[in-house]
Design a protein around this ligand. Structure first.
Ligand code: DGY
Length: 329
């Protein structure tokens, strides 16, 4: 009987679908994610791994799992999985693309609006009893309409962000490795530098790779408008947080809203948390009931296909041949 390990709690519907396949299903029931060593110990006889961002699935984990055929990530980003190591071992790696794009863009746009119109910050001032007399020059916010949004990374989520911005009458620029045919009213610019210089809001939607690690650092913040706001809903390491702190304190940029940080969770005494112009959310862009349910069921589809020896529907490996050979073995 094949065995599947699910590394965090999941929806009962997903657990039932996994069990209905006849596989033995083990669901990690700890309050916290398994430690790296816990994961290594738990995968010894596992055929399918239903994984989460909370664990690095590297060569050590794969070496400890000689039967492993498929790693099914709960999420679109799979930077926690060493895909090269999986390729070398013929292990399929899968993710959950598409279905979380709209929820993620909803949150990114909500962060943009909250920073622009100060719905972040001002309610706390009201609660403190600090709402003074009406002041024509006080508490001024930034418009959203007719401002320029720069989208870095025009994949599914970036495109959804462009659609939302169009509804708010924003001018939208995008920078992407490849120019997209369908631009959703957005104008392509051919350098990160240009998009940073021209945008009032910069929203990051590119994946985390070695090339995009610390993509936003001192030099990039200096290029941005002093009134600009940075939105990051992709992965924490894309932003150099020390440089961001300096930029926010020095007024190089006006504000930042982050759904993702380094590390996660961010420690309560982190310097960024002392700043009024930095809003931090606990990595929840895809966290709606409907979207998380769809992600779970997509993960199930991927892992069941993988353990059955079929090519999983949402597979990201580059080396199809070796994985297919392994899946069929
Ligand atoms: C994703 O889908 O990549 C989310 O950030 C959860 O990991």
């Amino acid at each position: 009987m094949p065995k599947i390990l699910v590394t965090r709690r999941t929806f009962s519907e997903a657990a039932e679908a996994l069990r209905a396949s006849g596989a033995e299903v083990v669901i990690w029931d700890g309050e916290d994610a398994p430690s790296h060593q816990d994961l290594i110990d738990a995968v010894a006889d596992v055929d399918g791994l239903y994984a989460h961002i909370t664990n690095q699935v590297n060569d050590e984990v794969m070496d400890a799992a000689p039967n492993l055929k498929v790693i099914s990530e709960f999420g679109v980003g799979y930077d926690n999985i060493d895909v090269n190591a999986a390729n070398e071992r013929g292990i399929a790696v899968c993710n959950t693309p598409g279905i979380l794009s709209e929820s993620t863009a909803d949150e990114a746009f909500a962060l943009l609006a909250s920073m622009a119109r100060r719905t972040y910050g001002l309610p706390a001032m009201v609660k403190r009893g600090e709402w003074g007399d009406f002041d024509p020059l006080g508490l001024l916010a930034s418009d959203i309409h007719h401002k320029t949004l720069g989208i870095v990374g025009m994949g599914n989520i970036g495109s959804e962000m462009a659609k939302r911005a169009a509804g708010f009458n924003m001018n939208v620029l995008y920078y992407n490795r490849n120019r997209r045919d369908e631009e959703f009213g957005a104008t392509y610019v051919d350098s990160l530098e240009e998009i940073l210089e021209r945008s009032d809001f910069v929203s990051l939607h590119n994946p985390l790779t070695p090339e995009t690690t610390n993509m936003m650092s001192i030099d990039q913040f200096k290029l941005m408008k002093k009134s600009a706001i940075l939105i990051n809903t992709t992965r924490g390491p894309v932003v150099d947080q020390d440089a961001l702190y300096e930029a926010l304190v020095a007024g190089e940029i006006a504000g930042a809203a982050l759904d993702v940080t380094v590390p996660e969770p961010i420690p309560a005494d982190h310097p960024l948390l002392t700043l009024d112009n930095c809003l931090i959310m606990p990595h929840v862009a895809s966290a709606t009931y409907d979207t998380r349910m769809k992600m779970a069921m997509m993960c199930v589809e991927n892992v069941l296909a993988g353990i059955a020896g079929d090519w999983p529907p949402y597979c990201v490996n580059e080396t199809y041949i070796s994985c297919t050979a392994r899946l069929k073995a």
